[in-house]
Structure formats: structure tokens, C-alpha cells
Design a protein around this ligand. Structure first.
Ligand code: NDP
Length: 444
């Protein structure tokens, strides 16, 4: 059996009932096959792949908190510190009822390569809880966040592990967590990113993942003789990534005609009204039915359906495995020619293969959504030097990083004979830097 297949079998055997983690490992290892085979003896001897797929540390803990009725609730807390070869662990905290160890491990594993691709000194980690902030009062969210940090504070710090936001963890949650960390440690340091501007946050962090996605898409199209202006774009999700992806797409001259949440989706042929979407989602924290009620041109549909809309470009920005083979077929049949992932692993492996076989320009999330973590790393730099950069400064650095990421993965794909395969390019470019650092640091 080849080294890659051996390690994949070991992952499945040792991590039962974690399908998302298996999927992420399989996708990465498959596309690294050519690189691994070229260095098999050395990698095998050092058990490099076994070390890469095994987190350095996994923290599982109880998070008790008291709800508004005086009832004690208990959630599971997770932090997986996956790989610190190139810098302190860095990755978001997901608060969603679907969270379990396998999901956090898939996200943490992907984060290693994503962070490496940014060119910045950050290792890979991820965390979260099965707590659902939806429908909770601010006091309940605060009680949960304080309890979560009361355990996690022992393991994080500005030079060890710097968590950030993700699904369900926005500015409110980061604020409560930062406050509790500062109180317990008596230390004012950049231990979390995504902070508010009044206490160490970075301008443009809120916009970074969505904006970065569009900067990368623009470059990918340019390098393939196409342009974004005038194109029709479909987006899923209506959260942080989706909102700012839609905003930047429209600023760059495209028309975004859809968005969605976990209950339904909007088709707005006149183009999504970003100010209204922000009002509904960021201010009122309401359902998309409120968007449709306030806008004549919009249709609201229950369930899933964004990928059936005719478009040139599709940007999945909600959650993992939200775009399957049937969706991919519908997109291709409708003339879509480019897909870039704003979410983490939103496209199933079958759908990804279908896009690639049909000549669709396809960019994986670990490259196209890396603008969020890259700007988090810029927030860390600002915190360390106790300075704040202007919006334009951060935004222009972000753009430079995304353009660089695209060229790095494009070149890696070409170098290994897989021109246009940006999935392979991203995995290879991300992996090589981490592998070199792991090798240089010995068996740790
Ligand atoms: P948000 O919580 O702000 O928004 C998530 C959106 O996706 C919401 O519209 C939500 O709908 C929808 N959604 C979530 N879960 C499901 C589900 N199971 N089925 C259908 N829809 C769902 O999260 P973000 O925008 O921050 O994150 C979106 C994706 O991008 C995630 O995969 C995240 O890991 C990834 N990402 C985020 C980064 C960031 O900086 N925020 C950075 C890099 C990646 P509803 O409101 O109804 O739940």
C-alpha cells in the first residue's frame, strides 16, 4: 500500500465516526500524492504524515452556564491545537449545535494549510462548542462565553494560541470572551482576533473574508482571460462571509442575485440590497423572510435552491457540504464557469471532481477564504506593536496577500504537472512550507 493510502486508513481507523475529518484528510492527501511519492523515504522515516494528521493537542471540556430561568445548562467545549510548526495556533471558534470533535478536527486540519498559504507566521487550530447562540439573550450568551473562557484561558495566549470568530461567533461573543480572559489573567494582550475597534480590533477584519474572496476571484479570472465586472453571481449564506463577499462583488461591478440562511433563500434579480441584508442579519438578527418583506424585487423560497439559479460565478459561503453533485450539475448546465469557496469545505468531493472535469475554474476555501485569518494575523501584528493601521492600509495588504496566494497555488499546480487544478496547487503550496518547518524542528 502507498504511504498516502496507509496514513489515510490509519486516520479512518483511529478516528471513528468523524466523516468530515476523514473527508478533509482524504482531499489533502490525494492531492499531495505526487509530492509525497517523490520524497517517500524521508517522509516515512520521520512519520511526517502521521504527525501531520495527528493534532498536537486536543482539549475537550465542560461548559456549564445558567440560563435566564435559573436553569443550569451544560455544553461541550473544544479546542484542537493541530500544528504549530510555523507559528502560534490560529483558527476560529464555531458555536453551532452541529459542532463535535470531528468537525473541529476537519476545520483545524484545513486551517494548517490555509494559514501556511497566507505567507504569515501562524499555525493551525480550531475550536468551538455545540452551544447555539440563536434565540439566547445577551446575558445568556455572556454567561456561556465567560464559562467557556474560564476553562480555555489556561491554554491560549498571544504567543501560544489565538482564537477568532467563525459560525455563531461574532463581535459580541469575542467581546465577552476577551473581557473574561483579561479579567482572569490580568493581562491585556491580543489573545483573540475579531475584537471591537475600541479595544484592539483591526479595521477591515469584519470585511476581510468576503473581500478577500473577491480579490482572489478577480485575480483568478484575470489570469484566465476573464473579468468579474458585468457577471451574475450566486452566493449562499447570509452571515459575515456572504454579506461582505456580496458587497465587494457589487463594488467590483458584478450583480449578486441570491443569498440564503438555514431556513430558506432569496432570489433578487435586481441585485441583493446590501444595506437591507445587513439590517436584517447584523442588526435585527432576523430571518430572510424580513428581507423579502421589505423588498419588492425579491422572492423568498423555503429550503435549499441557490444553485439552481442561472449564473456565471458561484460562491458558497454558508457551511460544509452545502454544494453536492446535483448542485454542481445544475450550475454547469446553467453556464456557471467559476466557483470559489467562501465557506470551509462547502463543496463535496464528488461536486469538486465534477467541476474540475467540466473545466470550471474552482478555488478551494483554504485559499479563497484565507483573507479572514490573514487579516487576523494583521490584527495580531497591530496588537504587538500597539498601533492601529488605517482601513486602506489593511485592505491593501489583504489584497496583496490574496493575489499572492492565487499565484502561489497556480505555480505549485503548474510545477507538479496539474495546471489549473487549484485544489492540488493550494494543498501542495500550503504543505511544503509546513513540512519543511516540521522537518527542520526535529521529531516533536
Ligand atoms: P455566520 O454565522 O456569520 O453565517 C453563516 C451563514 O451560513 C448563515 O447565513 C447561516 O444561516 C448559514 N448556515 C450555517 N449553518 C448552516 C447549515 N447547517 N445549513 C444551512 N445554512 C447554514 O458564519 P460565517 O459567515 O463567519 O462563516 C461561514 C463559513 O465561512 C463557515 O464555513 C466558516 O467556517 C467559513 N469561514 C469564516 C471566516 C470568517 O472570517 N468569518 C473565515 C474563513 C472561513 P443561519 O443564520 O440561519 O444559521
Amino acid at each position: 500500500m502507498s504511504y498516502v493510502d496507509e496514513v489515510y486508513s490509519m486516520v479512518v481507523e483511529k478516528n471513528p465516526a468523524q466523516p468530515e475529518f476523514h473527508q478533509a484528510v482524504k482531499e489533502v492527501l490525494e492531492s499531495l500524492r505526487v509530492v509525497i511519492e517523490a520524497n517517500e523515504e524521508a517522509y516515512r522515516k520521520d512519520a511526517l504524515l502521521e504527525r501531520l494528521v495527528t493534532p498536537e493537542r486536543q482539549l475537550l471540556f465542560r461548559v456549564p452556564w445558567v440560563d435566564d430561568k435559573g436553569q443550569v445548562q451544560v455544553n461541550n467545549g473544544f479546542r484542537v491545537q493541530f500544528n504549530s510548526a510555523i507559528g502560534p495556533y490560529k483558527g476560529g471558534l464555531r458555536l453551532h449545535p452541529s459542532v463535535n470533535l470531528g468537525i473541529i478536527k476537519f476545520l483545524g486540519f484545513e486551517q494548517i494549510f490555509k494559514n501556511s498559504l497566507t505567507g504569515l507566521p501562524i499555525g493551525g487550530g480550531k475550536g468551538g462548542s455545540d452551544f447555539d447562540p440563536k434565540g439566547k439573550s445577551d446575558r445568556e450568551v455572556m454567561a456561556f462565553c465567560q464559562s467557556f473562557i474560564t476553562e480555555l484561558y489556561k491554554y491560549i495566549g498571544a504567543d501560544t494560541d489565538v482564537p477568532a470568530g467563525d459560525i455563531g461567533t461574532g463581535a459580541r461573543e469575542i467581546g465577552y470572551m476577551f473581557g473574561q480572559y483579561k479579567r482572569i489573567r490580568g493581562l491585556y494582550e491580543g489573545v483573540l482576533t475579531g475584537k471591537g475597534l475600541s479595544y484592539g480590533g483591526s479595521l477591515a477584519r469584519t470585511e476581510a473574508t468576503g473581500y478577500g474572496l473577491l480579490y482572489l476571484v478577480e485575480e483568478m479570472l484575470k489570469c484566465n482571460g476573464k473579468e468579474l465586472a458585468g457577471k451574475t453571481v450566486v452566493i449562499s449564506g447570509a452571515g459575515n462571509v456572504a454579506i461582505y463577499a456580496a458587497q465587494k462583488a457589487q463594488q467590483l461591478g458584478a450583480k449578486v442575485v441570491t443569498c440564503s440562511d438555514s431556513t430558506g433563500w432569496i432570489y433578487d434579480p435586481e441585485g441583493i440590497d446590501i444595506a437591507l441584508l445587513k439590517e436584517v442579519k447584523e442588526v435585527k438578527r432576523a430571518r430572510l423572510t424580513e428581507y423579502a418583506a421589505a423588498r419588492k424585487s425579491a422572492e423568498y423560497h423555503e429550503g435549499k435552491g441557490v444553485w439552481t439559479v442561472k449564473c456565471d460565478i458561484a460562491l458558497p459561503c454558508a457551511t460544509q457540504n452545502e454544494l453536492d453533485l446535483e448542485d454542481a450539475k445544475a450550475l454547469v448546465a446553467n453556464g456557471c464557469f467559476a466557483v470559489a469557496e467562501g465557506a470551509n469545505m462547502p463543496t463535496t468531493m464528488e461536486a469538486t471532481e465534477y467541476f474540475q472535469k467540466n473545466g470550471i475554474l474552482f478555488c478551494p476555501g483554504k485559499a479563497s477564504n484565507a483573507g479572514g485569518v490573514a487579516t487576523s494575523a494583521l490584527e495580531m501584528s497591530q496588537n504587538s506593536e500597539r498601533l492601529s493601521w488605517t482601513f486602506e492600509e489593511v485592505d491593501s495588504k489583504l489584497k496583496g496577500i490574496m493575489v499572492n496566494i492565487f499565484h502561489n497555488l497556480d505555480e505549485a499546480a503548474k510545477k507538479y504537472g496539474m495546471e489549473g487544478n487549484y485544489v492540488a496547487g493550494a494543498n501542495i503550496a500550503g504543505f511544503l512550507k509546513v513540512a519543511e518547518a516540521m522537518t527542520a524542528q526535529g521529531i516533536v
